[in-house]
Design a protein around this ligand. Structure first.
Ligand code: SF4
Length: 368
């Protein structure tokens, strides 16, 4: 076990590991080694962000989607999904209620819904920024053209979440229908980076057919691309999808990967995701103790929250009431952390400016 602990130390010092060593760490289930890994990850997180926990108010504004990803409960072919769209006014009201509770970031998340044209989405982004200029707007609305991403950025969007899903092309093709392309996904991430967004990628832990080698490739991609945010959560099957019979990923592996990603990218903003909390009532705490520093409570209206079922049994990281937020604050305090009211930008975007400290196009995941 001493050798594996040394690997953890090496990862912490050098922010990378040779593939064989990474695979050895991924295979390790020894409690002592994992405790060491988590302690190193917490130290790395605290050196950059202290003990602050950033909160993002999530608004799931549409569950219409033109795509048919094989794992997703709101895929186009799922006739049992009960579809909804929030109106512009509802979105602004949810965001305003969140702001009054202390949320300085709003995350607009939805399926790829053509009803939300550039014009409509830009209008919403502009209204959010006009109402509260100190609020960050994060979008998570899938693949769009570079022109569309640019328009949304120009309208005021600060950040964009687009999980890469898997860095292994064959695995990507197994999880998606023929119309969706791995190369296109990577191009979207490159476009977002070049435009100047704070960019988030990520993947499901334990997705069908995922191998340790696939995970090692995900980690290598994340290290290379250096996203500002990384969203990972356990795969959770949805019975109304073609992959509904596959087993779920695990909390243990997700926490291990959170810790490894923290050591690969000490400056990253890493959420303890809702999927983690769905599998374990203490998933949020476990994620934090493995190096995460972001929580995304749900500000969507309760009936919308139920219908936005990407997977089954989705937990509500409740943030819609002052009581729920106060409960979250207490839970974080119990593990030595502190929920903070701040935009919580990545360290290379000081004071919330979309300061292009990197030159446009410098990091291109397709070419590096
Ligand atoms: S994963 Fe996203 S793009 Fe794919 S079907 Fe679900 S909502 Fe649509």
């Amino acid at each position: 076990m001493a050798a594996l602990k040394r690997l953890v130390d090496r990862l912490a010092a050098e922010r990378c590991l040779p593939d064989a060593d990474m695979l050895a760490l991924l295979a390790c289930g020894d409690g002592e080694v994992l405790s060491h890994l988590f302690a190193r990850a917490r130290a790395a997180r605290e050196a950059v962000y202290g003990r602050d926990v950033y909160i993002r108010g999530l608004i799931e504004f549409t569950n219409f989607c033109k795509n048919d990803c094989l794992y997703c409960g709101i895929r186009r072919s799922n006739a049992r999904a009960c579809r909804y769209r929030l109106t512009e006014e509802e979105i602004l009201l949810c965001a305003e209620a969140g702001y009054r509770m202390g949320f300085r970031t709003v995350v607009l998340q939805g399926g790829e819904d053509p009803w939300f044209t550039d014009e409509r989405l830009c209008r919403i982004v502009r209204a959010l920024k006009a109402a509260r200029p100190d609020r960050a707007v994060t979008l998570s609305v899938g693949e769009r053209s570079r022109e569309s991403y640019q328009k949304l950025f120009d309208a005021g969007a600060d950040r964009y979440l687009l999980r890469h899903e898997t860095a292994t092309k064959a695995h990507y093709e197994a999880l998606h229908p023929p119309g969706l392309s791995f190369d296109r996904r990577m191009q979207c991430l490159a476009d977002l980076r070049a435009i100047g967004y704070q960019v988030g990628c990520g993947f499901m832990v334990g997705s069908p057919w995922q191998t340790p080698a696939d995970i090692a490739r995900d980690l290598a991609f994340i290290r290379r691309f250096e996203p500002e945010m990384v969203g990972i959560g356990p795969f959770i099957p949805h019975r109304d999808t073609p992959l509904g019979a596959f087993p779920a990923g695990t909390v243990e592996m997700t926490c291990k990967l959170l810790a490894i990603i923290r050591l690969l990218l000490p400056n990253a903003l890493l959420p303890a995701t809702t999927a983690l909390a769905t599998l374990d009532p203490r998933g949020c705490e476990k994620g934090m103790l493995a190096g995460a520093n972001v929580v995304m409570p749900n500000l969507s209206p309760p009936d919308a929250r139920e219908k936005y079922a990407l997977y089954e049994g989705k937990a509500s990281a409740a943030g819609e009431t002052a009581d729920a937020l106060s409960d979250l604050k207490k839970r974080m305090e119990n593990i030595g952390y502190r929920v903070t009211i701040a935009r919580g930008d990545h360290r290379s975007f000081p004071d919330g400016e979309a300061a292009l400290t990197r030159k446009k196009g410098e990091h291109d995941p397709c070419t590096t």
